[in-house]
Design a protein around this ligand. Structure first.
Ligand SMILES: CC(C)(COP(=O)(O)OP(=O)(O)OC[C@H]1O[C@@H](n2cnc3c(N)ncnc32)[C@H](O)[C@@H]1OP(=O)(O)O)[C@@H](O)C(=O)NCCC(=O)NCCS
Length: 185
């Protein structure tokens, strides 16, 4: 009985996600991501999953995108068995299998979204060089982490850290800027 209700719940979420697929073609991807980020309960998680599995470059099985989380671009890729916590924001990112992120993490498209070389042109008008970053697989990113560089396999990033340089495989890194305090193996 419970399995049947869950199945029906998923079917409803799947149907509910269709208008958002159309809307994303009209309004732009990020606006729809913002809108569906506000759907609450398990139902919201199902709707987001249905939307993202149809629109992202790649979105694996058993993926949870929690309330308030925004995926800004359809070129984001997500592996299998991924848990994204509440109020995360993603730029151009490849998210590996078994990635776990806590609440309020920011995954930026590198560190150079704007040029800063010219002083006679406002920074907001100077184009930068957005970069793709790769995080995971098998990582735990603590609460309130900002990520501007790659995170290797099997890493743990301590709460409140700012990742400005690539983190090697199996590292536990903490602080601002994030520094490796030890390796898991
Ligand atoms: C990183 C973490 C996993 C601990 O790893 P650990 O290897 O057991 O580290 P320890 O607790 O032994 O601490 C080692 C050192 O790092 C420091 N440290 C640990 N976590 C830190 C953090 N988040 N920021 C800055 N420094 C930190 C400790 O103060 C200690 O410093 P010291 O050696 O000068 O005393 C943990 O502190 C953490 O941040 N967990 C994330 C929690 C979270 O965000 N949960 C959200 C829900 S999923």
């Amino acid at each position: 009985m419970f399995k049947f209700i869950k199945f029906m719940y998923k079917i409803m979420a799947s149907l509910f996600s269709f208008p958002f697929l159309l809307l994303s073609k009209v309004t732009g991807y990020v606006y729809v991501s913002e809108l569906i980020s506000l759907l609450p309960f398990r139902f919201g998680e199902y709707v987001r999953y249905e939307f993202y599995r149809r629109t992202l470059s790649e979105c694996g099985r058993n993926v949870t995108i929690s309330f308030g989380t925004i995926l800004s671009y359809p070129d984001i890729t997500i592996g299998n068995n991924v848990w994204i916590g509440t109020f995360n924001i993603f730029g151009h990112v490849d998210i590996g299998d078994y990635t776990l992120t806590a609440q309020s993490c920011n995954f930026l498209s590198g560190a150079d979204q704007h040029g800063i070389a010219e002083t006679n042109i406002p920074i907001m008008k100077q184009p930068g060089i957005p970069k793709r970053i790769r995080v995971g697989p098998d990582i735990w990113v603590g609460a309130n982490v900002t990520v501007l560089a790659n995170i290797g396999n099997g890493c743990v990033i301590g709460a409140g850290s700012v990742v400005v340089k690539d983190i090697p495989d199996w590292a536990i890194a903490v602080g601002n800027p994030a520094r490796v305090i030890r390796l898991r193996k």
